[in-house]
Design a protein around this ligand. Structure first.
Ligand code: AHR
Length: 499
């Protein structure tokens, strides 16, 4: 058993954990929207107004704060007017990015807003810069948010929604360095300003999100902000600047060696240098830190399961994905003073999903259980947490690498301190000594653990409860606490302070 210390510096507040760090992403890709969310009113699968009940209820339980839609690459080829009005009259379009399948447009703006309301999330709409126009996007904002009396807002009322949707979050394109138009940072800077000029606040303050770099390309960020600054200092307002970080794979979704287990966690941990380096460049141009860093696509990306359409990105999800999710969310919590939104890719049936469906069947993934555990951090005050633990040696091919053995974060809400701890060892427990600084004492504690003795464990339609979190009794009190993290596990400790 290895030993670790976890110093929780209660007097050192990092910042409030924006609930949006626990956001989601749903794209018109594979079976995320069609089958995963939308089955249509006439389907045999239980639904309300076409939206499946099992999925909506499961998502609601993990409190998704925000959902990004309709893409992804799909967004820069989407024309929103195709997705409103009577469904029977909506045009069919070829989904050029994801398998050239026919997009029926049955799920459009109204259906998305209804879905968000069902699960309790705020909508985040990504506009079309690549193949669209400033007019098309400004019209979408007017259609959604103008109270009434304009032709577009009246059309919204005719289509069943007299009340404005009040959509606050708007992305100005997606990956505009790639599938969103292959712009240079300077050209995208020009496009961002041109589009944003025509996007207006009709009673709902707009939070515009600019597309950020490919991966951790700091030069892209510098060049974009230089362009914005030089010609038009921070006007129009930019709420967020978005990076995407996919940690990829090592082996395959359910088949990997112990070294590949560590390799993927090592790749996932690169999210932290990305945040540190991107925020450092942003600070040069935005020293008052008015613009938040957003990671609106992130997660694992495994080879598609055999027998499935490779363009649909359907993958299984194991304990390894759960640990990727947990260590990434801990990174977000530790940078709560700068990172204001995170959207895992993707909610259902695509990449690192929360939920997998198979016709009428549905299963929640290990990643879902991490989101369930970590929802306690939403809105809490992130407090500085210093962990020291022996590192783990492993190999990528013939090269030896090292990875930290334990990671985590902590947040405070009233007199409850939530600490999450991730033990990355495949087989070794970690005995952790938690020290509460600032005269704090734990009066009582609760503990919930996600763990499995098999590092490949995952949930299937036949065995949906293989990986699930369980409450464990703990007897913790005082300012120095001892807790043993099981191997390959995620733990949440809820410590009630007082006494
Ligand atoms: O999430 C799948 C794709 O990954 C998105 O459409 C795109 O933005 C990214 O490259």
């Amino acid at each position: 058993m290895s030993q670790a210390t976890v110093e929780i510096l209660l007097p050192e507040a990092v910042g409030t954990i924006n609930p949006n760090l626990y956001g989601h992403f749903a794209e018109h890709l594979g079976s995320c929207i069609y089958e995963g969310i939308w089955v249509g009113e006439d389907a045999a699968i239980p639904n309300t107004g076409g939206i499946r009940d099992d999925v909506a209820e499961a998502l609601r339980r993990i409190s998704p704060p925000v959902i990004r839609w309709p893409g992804g690459c799909f967004a820069d080829d989407y024309h929103w007017q195709d997705g409103i009005g009577p469904r029977s009259a909506r045009p069919g379009a070829v989904n050029i990015h994801w398998g050239n399948v026919i997009e029926s447009n049955a799920f459009g703006t109204h259906e998305f807003i209804t879905f968000c309301r069902r699960v309790g999330a705020a909508p985040y709409i990504c506009g079309n810069v690549g193949s669209g126009s400033p007019r098309e996007m400004r019209d979408w904002v007017e259609y959604c948010n103008y109270p009434g009396g304009s032709t577009l807002s009246d059309r919204r009322a005719e289509n069943g929604s007299p009340e404005p949707f009040g959509v606050r979050y708007w992305g100005v394109g997606n990956e505009n360095w790639g599938c969103g138009g292959h712009f240079s940072p300077e050209d995208y800077g020009t496009e961002f300003k041109r589009f944003a000029t025509y996007l207006r606040d009709y009673g709902t303050p707009l939070h515009l999100i600019a597309c950020g770099p490919p991966g951790n390309d700091v030069a892209w960020t510098r060049r974009f902000f230089e362009k914005i600054r030089v010609e038009h200092p921070f006007h129009p307002p930019m709420h967020g600047y978005s990076a995407h970080y996919y940690c990829g794979t090592a082996g395959a979704s359910t088949e990997y060696t112990e070294d590949q287990w560590y390799q993927l966690l090592y790749q996932a941990a690169d999210l932290e240098p990305l945040i540190v380096q991107q925020r450092a460049v942003m600070d040069v141009f935005d020293p008052r830190r008015a613009i938040g860093l957003i990671v609106d696509e992130w997660g694992t990306w495994h080879p598609t399961e055999p027998g499935r359409n490779p363009a649909f990105l359907w993958q299984q999800n194991t304990m390894r994905d759960a640990l990727v999710a947990a260590l990434s969310l801990d990174i977000f919590n530790r940078h709560a003073d700068k990172v204001v939104m995170g959207n895992i890719a993707q909610t259902i049936n695509v990449l690192q999903s929360m939920i997998l469906t198979d016709g009428p069947r549905m299963v929640t993934t290990p990643t879902y259980h991490v989101y369930d555990l970590y929802q306690a951090h939403q809105g809490g005050q992130s407090v500085r947490t210093l962990i020291s633990a022996p590192s783990i040696g492993f190999h990528i091919g013939t090269e030896r690498r090292e990875l930290f053995g334990l990671t985590g974060s902590a947040s405070l809400k009233g007199n409850t301190l939530t600490a999450t701890l991730v033990n990355l060892h495949t087989a070794e427990p970690v005995e952790s000594t938690l020290r509460l600084w600032g005269d704090a004492k734990c009066a009582s504690a609760a503990c919930t653990v996600l763990a499995h003795e098999d590092i490949h464990a995952h949930n299937t339609f036949e065995a949906p409860e293989t990986v699930t979190s369980v409450a464990r009794p703990v007897d913790l009190s005082g300012s120095v606490l001892s807790y043993i993290c099981p191997p390959a596990s995620v733990t949440r400790l809820d410590l009630r302070l007082g006494g």
